[in-house]
Design a protein around this ligand. Structure first.
Ligand code: KG4
Ligand code: ZN
Length: 335
């Protein structure tokens, strides 16, 4: 069967065709129209501009996704669309487009949770992956640890009490003059600095599997401001290295504790920040020590894309959980 996956929860409009055959997924096309250059001018995503850009791109990229997959709409068995969580105006564009497409052409429609989508990218990486497993989702909006009970059920066992790791990277990246989004730029810069140079508080909260990134963000801002006041130049590479190490260490610490607590022997890393090279190798090393199988999607599938939504949508389809014409979007984790 062919699933058309549609994603528009933040600043990427994406449409993808994924084929599901004999229990395996294959990407036939995965078109991503990124708005990064547009939002870079403002140092972050401007929600109204994001919605307008989705409207301009959505029809074109869907046509492109079908053409690249070498199929037509009549070959599509299911339309899967991200309905939550995300920027409401951005989500509504994808949801309304997918609804029109599905109902005008008599194609079953399913609703996909963006977080389930990120985790589902791992099934594209490893077709032997099966629940139950532990999953760490690290993105611009989330930093959470889940037990994936089955393809459609996530049980949250740890989460951030304030900002997400991606937000924390982007904020400091912006303050030290890196282009938006700062995460990828800090990742590279960190290789040039000394991770022990600046002492920063850990975002891992004691006695729980939760995180708090506000303390480390404030500490880094204070460090930058006090250097500015003294007229001293900060060593941006040292800051990038120390900041990255503190975040990576905290994420590894909580994930390692989650593995010990649950006894699960398989970990999936997902979300935009899963592209971070320091995080990928630190988690890989920790898993190796604990004899836990580690799966992380290829970098191209870590960021927002339609293929991951199609995979998650396929599970919804197989469970018979179809959407009707009243389908709506929600900014929240639950619809
Ligand atoms: O999953 P995603 O594409 O969008 C959300 O669902 O939020 O994640 C975007 C986040 C941004 O904060 C971006 O800076 C971060 O992922 N990111 C990275 C890297 N690549 C993207 N953060 C750290 N290192 C990277 N290499
Ligand atoms: Zn995302």
């Amino acid at each position: 069967m062919y699933i058309l996956g549609m994603e528009s929860s933040c600043d990427e409009t994406s449409a993808a065709v994924v084929e599901y055959k004999d229990g395996k997924f294959e990407i036939r096309s995965n078109i991503v129209a990124s708005q990064i250059e547009t939002h870079r001018l403002y140092g972050g995503v401007v929600p109204e501009i994001a919605s307008r850009a989705h409207i301009e791109a959505v029809s074109r990229i869907t046509t492109e996704a079908l053409a690249q997959a070498n199929i037509t709409l009549s070959d599509i068995d299911c339309v899967a669309v991200t309905t939550h969580p995300g920027l409401i105006g951005a989500l509504l564009v994808g949801v309304n487009f997918a609804k029109s497409l599905a109902f005008a052409n008599n194609i079953p429609l399913v609703s996909v949770n963006h977080i389930h989508g990120h985790i589902s990218a791992a099934y594209l990486e490893d077709d032997t992956l099966e629940p139950e497993f532990l999953s760490l989702v690290v993105s611009g909006g989330h930093t959470s640890i889940y037990i994936c009970r089955d393809h459609l059920t996530l049980e949250e066992i740890g989460t951030t009490r304030d900002d997400a790791a991606g937000e924390a990277f982007d904020k400091i990246g912006r303050v030290i003059g890196m282009p938006y989004p700062g995460g990828a730029a800090l990742d590279k810069l960190a290789y040039e600095g000394d991770a022990k140079a600046i002492k920063l508080p850990s975002p891992a909260l004691h006695g729980s599997l939760d995180f708090s990134f506000s303390g480390i963000k404030t500490a880094a801002l204070n460090y930058i401001n006090s250097a500015n006041q003294k007229g001293e130049e900060i060593n941006r590479a040292d800051l990038a290295a120390s900041y990255t190490k503190a975040i990576v260490d905290a994420v590894v610490k909580q994930t390692s504790a989650a593995i010990d607590q649950t006894g699960l022997k398989r970990l999936v890393l997902a979300g935009g920040v899963a592209a971070n090279s320091h995080l990928r190798s630190a988690l890989e090393m920790m898993c190796k020590k604990k004899k836990v199988t580690f799966t992380v999607p290829s970098r191209a599938l870590c960021g927002d894309n339609g293929a991951m939504i199609a995979v998650s949508g396929c599970f919804e389809y197989l469970a018979g959980r179809f959407a009707d014409t009243s389908l709506n979007a929600s900014a929240l984790d639950e619809i």
